[in-house]
Ligand binder design. Structure first.
Ligand code: TLP
Length: 355
């Protein structure tokens, strides 16, 4: 590998660079014009991801954000309302594109570590009437990013989606990291997906591909999503080069996600014993480690700056006192050791005084 090891980069699992065998698969990819439906590699990828998720069809899109957006666009009309978790990516991190572009309102509900319970949702459906938005869509996120890389409890997902469907709603899963949940629980992707009309899957996170996501669902919904992708400028041409990387990732990088989870646990255990740091949430379920910095030491962003400048360890401040560290293909045990040493040195470098 030739990437720059001056840095141990825990900012996100999006930072991975394609491995040599993945690059080879990309170089050798058969391609065609995908807007004409003629790229064999894209067609193979769409068929494969649809099959893995037990759905009829899939459309390859440039990003998870576009995948979520074309899902909302395909499932809702302007004036509809979408129920979502208050810390979810679709609600917080996609510029409210559901509103900007789809004319859809959001009804956020605060979960616990990103996890919603059915009882919280029951009062969220608006009455029918001329005064109200039409409650139309329920979205969940699995694994839940800001919740801590947490896994939605499977039985609760089934209960929530059954209830939503009984109420005449449709459901979308932001499964950017669904394969992390699959590997951690042993529950197949198709079992998770069966409860949703559409699922977004990202290839460019833990799976290690450079670009791309897919939206999966029924033939009709995906045909519609394909039209919306084009309107948003997401119709790509010889995209088989990218699809080949995603196909490679599906074949070679799913099972290894457990290594990322193991490494995240190692990082978390080390962190928990450093004075002034506290895990939040306290249990690491997949590849994300969130922790809080004691305000008597300073802020999360001051800590991340010191880690980067002094030790080449990159982490992300995600709140005044909260930091996120993510494990992935391009970090190994030596990076975790380096991060723990750096953290303990930085934390010891100044006393915990009242802020
Ligand atoms: N998440 C990124 C940042 O945008 C925060 C990250 O580093 O984790 N759904 C979920 C759950 C995500 O975490 C992300 C990206 C997306 C959707 C959007 O994917 P992209 O970045 O491909 O648009």
């Amino acid at each position: 590998m030739t990437w720059d090891k001056r840095f141990s980069d825990f900012r996100s699992d999006t930072v991975t660079r394609p491995t040599l065998p993945m690059r080879r698969a990309m170089a050798e990819a058969e391609v065609g014009d995908d807007v004409f439906g003629e790229d064999p590699s894209v067609n193979r990828l769409e068929a494969r991801i649809a099959e893995l998720l037990g759905k009829e069809a899939a459309v390859f899109v440039p990003s998870g954000s576009m995948s979520n957006l074309v899902a909302v666009r395909s499932l809702c009309r302007p004036g509809d309302e979408m129920i979502c978790e208050a810390e979810s990516h679709i609600f917080n991190n996609e510029q409210s594109a559901y509103a900007q572009i789809c004319g859809v309102a959001a009804r956020p509900v605060q979960g616990q570590r990103g996890i919603l319970r059915l009882e919280q949702l029951m009062s969220c459906i608006r009455p029918r009437g001329i005064h109200y938005a039409r409650t139309r869509l329920l979205t969940l996120e699995n694994t839940h990013n800001l919740g801590g890389g947490t896994i939605q409890p499977y039985e609760e997902v089934a209960r929530i989606c059954q209830w939503a469907h009984d109420q005449g709603l449709v459901t979308h899963l932001d499964g950017a990291r669904i394969f992390n949940a699959v590997v951690a629980t042993g529950i197949p992707a198709s079992a998770w997906a069966q409860h949703f009309e559409t699922v977004n899957v990202c290839f460019s996170k833990g799976l290690g591909a450079p670009v791309g996501s897919a939206l999966v669902g029924s033939k009709d919904i995906i045909a519609d999503a394909r039209r919306h992708r084009k309107a948003l400028g997401g119709g790509m041409r010889q995209a088989g080069i990218l699809a080949a990387a995603a196909l490679y990732a599906l074949e070679h990088h799913i099972d290894r996600l457990c290594e990322d989870h193991e490494l995240a646990r190692r990082l978390a255990e080390g962190l928990a014993s450093i004075e002034g740091l506290e895990l939040d949430p306290p249990i690491v379920e997949t590849n994300m480690v969130f922790f809080r910095v004691d305000p008597r030491w300073g802020t999360a962003s001051a800590l991340c700056t010191r880690l980067a400048e002094g030790f080449g360890v990159l982490m992300n401040p995600v709140g005044p006192q909260r930091v996120r560290a993510v494990t992935h293909l391009d970090v190994g045990p030596a990076d975790v050791d380096r991060a723990l040493q750096a953290l303990s040195k930085v934390m010891r470098s100044q006393p915990l005084v009242p802020a």
